[in-house]
Design a protein around this ligand. Sequence first.
Ligand SMILES: *Cc1c(COP(=O)(O)O)cnc(C)c1O
Length: 228
Amino acid sequence: MLSTNFDRVRQAVKEAALAAGRSIDSIKLVAVSKRMSLERIQQAVDCGHMLFGENRIQEATQKIPLLAPELHWHFIGTLQSNKAKLAVELFDVIETVDRLKIAQALDKHAKNTNKVLSILIQVNVGGEQQKSGVSPQDTEKLIRSIAQTTDLRIIGLMTMPPYHPDPELSRPYFRELKELAAVLANKNLFFDNTHIELSMGMSGDYLVAIEEGATLIRVGTALFGPRG
Ligand SMILES: *Cc1c(COP(=O)(O)O)cnc(C)c1O
């Protein structure tokens, strides 16, 4: 049952927050609904859930407009410039900005639609060749160049560490993201330098991510079950 999964994850989040001395309100659960049907997403909505993540624009155009307009959507996939217009129309937050060109495309369409768009910078803390994300060393430079845009708000950082079944091995990467965010906040590079969003942690390692300061956890399988 989906409601059992939601209850279980919510309870685990609460306990991890408490143990880490953090307020439960400081952690938002992004239910990753990629490859899940409309019916399945609606069941999650019926469990009282409002915040979802999708990783493909094509798929999102076939789902988001058919669901309640009050829902919140984060884009967590790789974005191409030619899909930026749709991304701006469909999503509240783009979590995966890792190049100036994408930021400029989003900015242009945000301006055209009179929307101020919140974004996260995706950082490749693991330095994996095949993964998206700007390197930690180049993050400051990227943020400074994006600061020239007018209709984007850089609200934080996102990362996806190298996959490993042992969540403890994600911890150093989560810690690195948090430390990088602190350095950049000291230079006033975020929209709100007293409140920086850190999107980190998935089904296998979200509890460790909460211990390390995640404010957004992106959980799919633990909520919806395996993707077919
Ligand atoms: C699929 C996906 C997730 C969720 O993964 P699970 O292991 O199913 O929780 C989180 N973040 C990103 C970027 C994803 O693509």
